[in-house]
Design a protein around this ligand. Structure first.
Ligand SMILES: C[S@@+](CC[C@H](N)C(=O)[O-])C[C@H]1O[C@@H](n2cnc3c(N)ncnc32)[C@H](O)[C@@H]1O
Length: 303
């Protein structure tokens, strides 16, 4: 058996061994076999961006491909190491670190990103992931402080509390709508139904309930919810109660116009909506693909 040497093959580089042999006392290198340790990494990683229809796409504008983060994390860390992504967006580094059995810390300045990361982790890992969120309001004074600092961040946080998707542009048909929850209540597809949200961080009165009722009718939405920091007035509650009910195919009835204060949300009082726990009904946020275990086939062509 000839001694194996790692010698760069003129065409295949370090990806193959060249087997030395002697010809009339001279060493020649004329045969090779694949490197048993696997392919040597190139210094350029050819990667596709996330395509518009990719299952991986979650709708965050700057989302990076998981494969890119997988390359970086595998090349620069070991299981159990701590990964920090201080600009983590929708949490690609965090999700890959979790899948590769690294510990992680993710930081992002927007509550929209934090809401998305939580949804991503829970849909990808279910009860196999546990994490703590720091910096979100947990009391009413916290929520008031956020609202006075930045009302858009407050809005994103409040919508995140109910699992709603913020509307991107509030012009035309979306005027008066800050967020939506989408659901299906027909056995095979059918029209996607909507719960529309209006978020108020300042003063509220009965006019806000009437406005939301107008948008509800115009949009043919099933349910409208006013999320408010301030306590609603008696006339507001009366106007909301007079809006009637949405009846679901599951035989349940839900008020067409609901008012939830931030204090109620913080106490865990949810929006009254149909079949919230039935899989496949809520189609508001794109679920992350269930995570494959670390060491899956993704690794095979890395090195
Ligand atoms: C390019 S994106 C990161 C995308 C991420 N790699 C992913 O796959 O989703 C940069 C992120 O940095 C966040 N950001 C900007 N300024 C920040 C700051 N001062 N502190 C924390 N996060 C910040 C933005 O909100 C944005 O989500």
């Amino acid at each position: 058996m000839p001694r194996r040497e790692i010698v760069a093959h003129p065409r295949l580089g370090f990806n193959s061994y060249i087997l030395p042999k002697s010809f009339r006392g001279e060493r020649t290198y004329d045969s090779y076999e694949p490197n048993p340790l696997g392919k040597h990494p190139d210094d350029v990683w050819p990667l596709q961006p996330i395509m518009p229809s990719a299952k991986e796409r979650l709708g965050y504008p700057t989302q990076k491909p998981e494969r890119l983060l997988e390359y970086i994390l595998r090349a620069s860390s070991n299981e159990g190491n701590l990964i920090l992504d201080p600009f983590c967006g929708c949490g690609t580094a965090v999700a890959v670190a979790q899948r590769l059995n690294r510990r992680w810390i993710g930081i992002d300045i927007t509550h929209l990103a934090i809401s998305l990361i939580k949804h991503r982790l829970l849909t990808a890992f279910g009860d196999k992931v546990s994490f703590k969120t720091i910096g979100e309001p947990v009391t009413l004074p916290d929520a008031l402080a956020l609202a006075s600092q930045d009302r858009y961040q407050f809005q994103w946080w409040a919508l995140g509390m109910v699992g709603a998707r913020p509307t991107e542009k509030k012009k035309g048909a979306d005027a008066g709508i800050d967020g939506r929850l989408l659901f299906h209540d027909e056995p095979s597809g059918g029209r996607t139904k909507q719960i529309i949200f209006s978020v108020k961080s300042g003063g509220v009165d009965v006019g806000d309930v009437r406005d939301l009722l107008g948008v509800l009718d115009q949009q043919k939405a099933e349910i409208g919810v006013l999320l408010t920091l301030q306590e609603p007035t008696g006339p507001m509650r009366k106007a909301a109660a007079s809006a009637g009910f949405y009846s679901s195919p599951w035989g349940t009835k839900h008020p067409r116009l609901q008012i939830r204060t931030i204090a109620e949300l913080l106490e865990g009082r949810a929006v009254d909506r149909p079949a919230a726990a039935v899989p496949g009904v809520n189609v508001t946020l794109k679920d992350a693909r269930p995570a494959k275990a670390a060491g899956s086939s993704e690794q095979e062509d890395l090195f």
